[in-house]
Ligand binder design. Structure first.
Ligand code: C5P
Ligand code: MG
Length: 192
């Protein structure tokens, strides 16, 4: 089983690359951001709870996010492996994920971080905001807050997996195809 964490700041290309990776490696893509947006779109209790945080560019409390992620993983017992996109975003989320994988008799294979400079992130997100329908992509101060939250709360997750010798940085500028190839090279090295 290959279980990957596709990691990086907002706008680094996680969703774009995950979509291509699942096709090639037949893994199940789990984007916690997409799951939240689905819940918000259906105005569920979970969606209502998440909305206030997401619209400010803050993180939804760990217990809410971890519970939602666990449900999604447990609903797919036959998956050949997972690509986690946008999760874990805090150390407690990383610990919960490791525990969940261990319960399944599995483990995280690697964390691949897409490395992209801040100004490029802001540019990409504002551009995406023209068509994404996401409120958190249209306001530059919310975008900058998301990047700050990434640095303070999420970046430590890289160190957490680096201490386990599982974290790698991948240069995140270039064409979608070029970046995809860089990721595939790392993944192929894992299974070789
Ligand atoms: O991953 P994505 O950028 O789509 O997430 C959108 C928003 O969802 C984040 O800015 C954050 O408010 C919320 N989120 C979260 N915890 C996660 C994933 C997403 O709070 N693990
Ligand atoms: Mg995304």
């Amino acid at each position: 089983m290959i279980n990957l964490i596709l990691f990086g700041p907002p706008g680094s290309g996680k969703g774009t690359q995950a979509a291509k990776l699942v096709e090639k490696y037949h893994l199940l893509h789990i984007s916690t951001g997409d799951l939240f947006r689905y819940e918000m779109g259906n105005d569920t209790p979970l969606g209502k709870k998440a909305k206030s945080y997401i619209e400010k560019g803050e993180l939804v409390p760990d217990e809410v996010t971890v519970g939602m992620l666990r449900n999604k993983v447990e609903a797919n017992p036959d998956a050949a492996g997972f690509i986690f996109d946008g999760f874990p975003r805090t150390i407690p989320q990383a610990e919960a994920l490791d525990e969940l994988m261990a319960e399944k008799g599995s483990r995280i294979s690697a964390l691949l971080m897409l490395d992209v400079p801040d100004e490029e992130l802001v540019k990409r997100l504002l551009e995406r905001g023209k068509t994404s329908g996401r409120k958190d992509d249209t306001d530059e101060s919310i975008i900058r807050n998301r990047i700050e939250v990434y640095k303070s709360e999420t970046a430590p997750v890289f160190d957490y997996y680096q201490a386990k010798d599982k974290a790698e940085k991948v240069y995140g500028l270039g064409s979608i195809e070029e970046i995809f190839e860089r990721l595939c090279n790392r993944i192929d090295a894992l299974v070789a």
